[in-house]
Design a protein around this ligand. Structure first.
Ligand code: AMP
Ligand code: MG
Length: 487
C-alpha cells in the first residue's frame, strides 16, 4: 500500500511533445473537500484507502497541489459531433496530470476533469459541476462492476467555487483513470490537419503501448484496427444487453481502447424502450438506445477514414465488416445467459426479440424482469411475471416457448439456475433517479447518499441487506427525468 507521495510517474503521452498537448496547470477549487472516493479504483494505484480522508488528497485532486513528477497537459483532438466534423476540440476542462504505474506494472492516466481553462476551452469556463462529476463517478464505477469496460473514477472533490450553468452551481473535479485517454478524435485531428508525421507518431504510440501483441502480425496497424473493432463490438453489445444509453457517441468521446468514456447525459433504461433518447438535446434520436449499434459502426468508419494513410481501404472495409456479426454474437451470448440458457439454438435470437417487444409494449422494468426471472424455476417465474404484461396472450405464448426452451437446455436444480442467472442479472442499477437523489443530498453538503449508492452499485449482482430501496422501479417523479446536457 502506498501513500500519496509514493506514486511513480512515467509520462509517456507528455513526451510525445507539444504537437499533441499543451502544458497547463490546474486552477484550484475553493475549499476542496472529498465527496466520494472509490476504494477499488485506489487499489489500481496501490493507494492505501485511508489516504482519501487526508486533507492532501482533496488538495491534490482539487487542483491545489501537484506531484513534482506530474506533467499536466491538455490534449488536442477533434471529432465528429452529431455527424458533423468539428476541426478542433481538445481537453477544454480536463488535464492529463501524468501517468502512474502500479506494482503490477500497469500504467494509469490520471485525468482531472473540471481543472480550469485550457487553450481548448473555446467558449467554456473549464469547469465541471458537482452534479455531472457525481454522475461520471457513479457511472464509471457501476459499469465496471457490471463487467462493462469503462474508464474508472478515483474520486470526486467538491468545493465552494461558483459555476454558472442554467443556474448557479458548485464546481467539482472528478479524477478519471484509464490506460489511455486517446480517442478516435485524436487520429482524426492529425489526419484532417494533414500532419502525417505526428499521425504516424500517434499510431506508433498506440500500437506500442496499447496493442503490443499486434506488432507480431504481418500488418500491425490493420491488426490493431481489427482489435479496436472487436472491442467496440463487445462493449456496445454489453451496453445493449444491460440497457446502458451513452447519449453522446461523438467520435471525440470514443476511446481507442474500446472502453466506455466521457459520461454526459447517459442513462440506464428503467422500462425497456428501444427508442429511448437519454440526451434531451438529441432531437433526431441519433444516439437513441437502439441506434447505438449502427452508430458504433459509423464511428469506427470515421476512425477508419483517419487511418487510410496506414491501411488500405479494402482491408479497412473488411475489418469494419467484422463489427456487426461480432456485435450480434456477443449480444446474443449475453442475452442467452440473462435468460439462464447455457446452450445455443437457432431460434434464441427470436426468443429474445419477442420478449423485448412485449416488454416495450407493456413498459416492463428491464433490470428487474431478468432478475425476477432467475428467482424461481422458469415455469413459476413466468406465472409471477405475467401480471406485468398488457398483452397476456402474447406473453403466454412467449412463456410457453421459453419454458420449453429451458427444459431442452439441460437439467439443473433451482439453486443452480438462480445462482447462474443472478450472477449475470444485476439487482441494482444506476437509475437516473437514484443518482438524482444522491446529487440533491450532496448539493446540500450531505455526501452519505453518494457514498452509499456507490457502495451498493459496486456489488450489483449481490443482494445486500437493508438496501431494498435501491432495487425498485423509479417513483413517478423519477421516471422521465430530463438530464441536462450542461455539465
Ligand atoms: P463533452 O460534451 O464533455 O464531451 O465536451 C465536448 C468538448 O467541449 C470537449 O472539447 C470539452 O473539453 C469541451 N467542453 C465541455 N464543457 C466545457 C467547459 N465547461 N469548459 C471548457 N470546455 C468544455
Ligand atoms: Mg467529450
Amino acid at each position: 500500500m502506498k501513500a500519496l507521495d509514493e506514486l511513480t510517474f512515467d509520462n509517456r503521452f507528455a513526451r510525445l511533445g507539444d504537437a499533441f498537448s499543451t502544458h497547463v496547470l490546474p486552477e484550484p477549487l475553493d475549499a476542496p473537500r472529498l465527496v466520494v472516493a472509490s476504494e477499488a479504483a485506489m487499489a489500481l494505484l496501490d493507494l492505501d484507502p485511508a489516504v482519501a480522508e487526508t486533507p492532501v488528497f482533496a488538495e491534490l485532486f482539487g487542483g491545489h497541489k501537484l506531484w513534482a513528477e506530474a506533467e499536466p497537459r491538455a490534449m488536442v483532438y477533434s471529432g465528429h459531433q452529431f455527424g458533423g466534423y468539428t476541426p478542433q476540440l481538445g481537453d477544454g476542462r480536463g488535464l492529463l496530470l501524468g501517468e502512474v504505474y502500479n506494482q503490477a506494472g500497469e500504467h494509469w492516466d490520471l485525468h482531472l476533469k473540471g481543472a480550469g481553462m485550457t487553450p481548448y476551452s473555446r467558449m467554456g469556463d473549464g469547469r465541471a459541476v458537482l452534479r455531472s462529476s457525481i454522475r461520471e463517478f457513479l457511472a464509471s464505477e457501476a459499469l465496471h462492476a457490471l463487467g462493462i469496460p469503462s474508464s474508472r473514477a478515483l474520486c470526486v472533490i467538491g468545493s465552494d467555487t461558483p459555476v454558472w450553468r442554467e443556474k448557479q452551481e458548485r464546481g467539482a473535479m472528478v479524477l478519471r483513470l484509464a490506460h489511455s485517454h486517446i480517442r478516435f478524435g485524436h487520429f482524426e485531428y492529425f489526419y484532417y490537419t494533414k500532419k502525417p508525421e505526428q499521425q504516424a507518431q500517434l499510431a506508433e504510440h498506440v500500437l506500442n503501448l496499447h496493442y503490443p501483441e499486434c506488432r507480431e502480425q504481418p500488418e500491425p496497424y490493420l491488426a490493431m484496427f481489427r482489435e479496436i473493432v472487436e472491442r467496440n463490438a463487445e462493449m456496445i453489445a454489453k451496453w445493449q444487453a444491460y440497457g446502458f444509453c451513452h447519449g453522446v457517441m461523438n467520435t471525440d468521446n470514443m476511446s481507442i481502447l474500446g472502453i466506455t468514456f466521457d459520461f454526459g447525459p447517459f442513462a440506464f433504461l428503467d422500462d425497456f424502450d428501444a427508442h429511448f433518447i437519454c440526451n434531451h438535446s438529441d432531437h433526431e434520436g441519433r444516439y437513441s438506445f437502439s441506434n447505438q449499434v449502427p452508430i458504433g459502426q459509423w464511428n469506427l468508419s470515421a476512425l477508419a477514414q483517419a487511418l487510410t494513410p496506414f491501411i488500405s481501404v479494402d482491408a479497412l472495409k473488411e475489418a469494419l465488416g467484422l463489427y456487426l456479426p461480432l456485435y450480434q454474437a456477443h449480444y446474443l451470448d449475453l442475452m442467452r445467459r440473462r435468460l439462464g440458457l447455457t446452450t445455443a439454438e437457432d431460434d434464441d435470437q427470436a426468443l429474445v426479440e419477442r420478449l423485448l417487444k412485449l416488454m416495450q409494449n407493456s413498459g416492463v422494468d428491464y433490470t428487474l424482469l431478468f432478475r425476477r426471472l432467475g428467482d424461481e424455476p422458469a415455469a413459476l417465474a413466468v406465472t409471477r411475471l405475467r401480471d406485468d404484461f398488457v398483452d397476456l396472450a402474447g406473453f403466454d405464448a412467449w412463456a410457453e416457448r421459453y419454458t420449453a426452451r429451458v427444459a431442452r437446455d439441460g437439467e439443473y436444480t433451482e439453486e443452480q439456475r438462480r445462482a447462474r442467472m443472478h450472477a449475470v442479472n444485476p439487482l441494482y442499477i444506476l437509475r437516473n433517479y437514484l443518482a438524482q437523489n444522491a446529487i440533491i443530498a450532496a448539493e446540500s453538503g450531505d455526501y452519505s447518499e453518494v457514498r452509499r449508492l456507490h457502495e451498493v452499485l459496486s456489488k450489483p449482482f449481490e443482494e445486500q441487506a437493508g438496501m431494498e430501496q435501491y432495487a425498485q422501479r423509479p417513483p413517478d417523479w423519477g421516471k422521465h427525468l430530463e438530464i441536462s446536457c450542461s455539465s
